[in-house]
Design a binder for this molecule. Structure first.
Ligand code: ACO
Length: 362
């Protein structure tokens, strides 16, 4: 068989593996492990965000697909989301958020040793978005790479930065989550297009001066559940391999929902146990903003009262890798983040992947 005919067979491969093909893995059978941090402490020193101006309301979505504002608000908590202008690159939003985070932290561009960009809507296989950000912000001393872990990408980046700083290989890292999800949505699929929005968020991660820092981590992935959230219908080999130029965001919402509630709750318990803390010790739980009902159900299961929980999904929808910086920024603006506060960050995403950490706010 020639290479050309092998490629042709691959492209013509008849099997359709959709995001609705259910893998029978019970959430409670997925191991969740946590550990306390060691070495040089690491803290969040600055937060930055970039939000496109254009607001897309539920009322507008009612004109586009068969849905209602009432359904969207009741099932998800989302009232509006942002849309980037056509042609916007994810890295452009990421660079703007990164610039704001550096200013907030009082860190000069040349002090950044490492820049990472995570995205569920990356611009291209290469060059990396991180290299575009590096050039754009003048991060002359930084090494740079992209990280793919869907919505968990931002916390995975923080985990990498934490390990680099703790081991003395790096002093300051800029971690970014940047999304133009509007360009990968199927705008005729009401079960997904109402959920997501465009935005970027960034954190400067470095050495604390006031005693704050990350105390424990829970990091995990379970590839058996790869088909709950996919890019395209024939995603078993990936959209590129099967020549799927029409690939769009696909999701098994029900199974993802069940996984997410269980995973949030078990991560929270594991990461608190690893830090030697209890639910009452947490000042603010900042979960990935995928669905208000997921957040409320997980909070109930762990035993958090809703005044310990940050929710801002109503204004931005699910912005994947950007939700946690957006939530931290809003929490700070509302006076809900003070030095010394114990903050629990938690996320989950396609892969499936998940991450949570317990930190003391610097
Ligand atoms: N408007 C009106 N009706 C709708 C809409 C809509 N926008 N979307 C779905 N429906 C209908 C369905 O067709 C279904 O109708 P049927 O009963 O006639 O078949 C009915 O509503 C119920 O559908 P369900 O999917 O059971 O609704 P559910 O209550 O589960 O809510 C939702 C759906 C909001 C998607 C929920 O399952 C969810 O939040 N899942 C998790 C999503 C998530 O966290 N995704 C992370 C992805 S991001 C990432 O990783 C990059």
């Amino acid at each position: 068989m020639t290479l050309a005919s092998a490629a042709h067979n691959l492209v013509r491969q008849p099997e359709v593996v959709t995001a609705s093909s259910i893998t029978h893995v019970r959430p409670q059978d997925i191991p969740v492990r946590a550990f306390a941090t060691q070495g040089q402490p690491t803290a969040v020193l600055g937060v930055g965000v970039c939000l496109p101006d254009r607001v897309l309301t539920n009322a507008e979505l009612e004109q586009m697909v068969e849905t209602t504002d009432g359904w969207i608000v009741e099932r998800t908590g989302i009232r509006e989301r942002r849309m980037a202008p056509p042609g916007t690159a994810s890295w452009e939003l990421g660079a703007a958020a990164g610039r704001e985070a550096l200013a907030a932290a009082g860190v000069e561009p040349e002090e950044v040793d490492l820049v990472m960009v995570a995205s569920s809507s990356p611009d291209a296989p290469f060059p990396s978005m991180a290299c575009r950000v590096q050039e754009s912000l003048g991060l002359a001393n930084a090494w740079a790479f992209d990280l793919l872990a869907a919505c968990t990408g931002l916390l995975y980046e923080v985990a990498v930065a934490d390990a680099m700083i703790a081991s003395g290989r790096c002093r300051t890292a800029l971690v970014i989550g940047a999304e133009v999800l509007s360009r990968i949505l199927d705008w005729s699929d009401r079960s997904t297009c109402v959920l997501l929005g465009d935005a970027a968020g960034a954190l400067v991660v470095g050495t604390p001066q006031r005693g704050g820092g990350i105390r424990s981590w829970c990091l995990g992935a379970d590839g058996r559940l790869w088909n709950l959230l996919t890019y395209g219908q024939r995603a078993d080999k990936g959209a590129y391999a099967v020549g799927d130029t029409e690939a769009r965001f696909r999701m098994n919402g029900r199974e993802t929902y069940l996984f997410a509630v269980d995973n949030f709750a078990r991560q929270a318990e594991a990461v608190l146990a690893a830090a030697g803390l209890g639910v009452g010790d947490v000042d603010l739980f900042v979960p990935h903003q995928a669905n208000r009902r997921i957040i409320e159900a997980a909070a109930r299961r762990v035993g958090f009262s809703m005044d310990q929980v940050m929710v801002n999904i109503e204004r931005f929808g699910n912005t994947s890798t950007a939700t946690i910086p957006l939530a931290l920024r809003d929490a700070a603006d509302q006076g809900r983040l003070q030095p010394g506060d114990r903050v629990l960050l938690a996320s989950f995403g396609a892969g499936l992947t998940w991450a949570a950490c317990l930190l003391e706010w610097e």
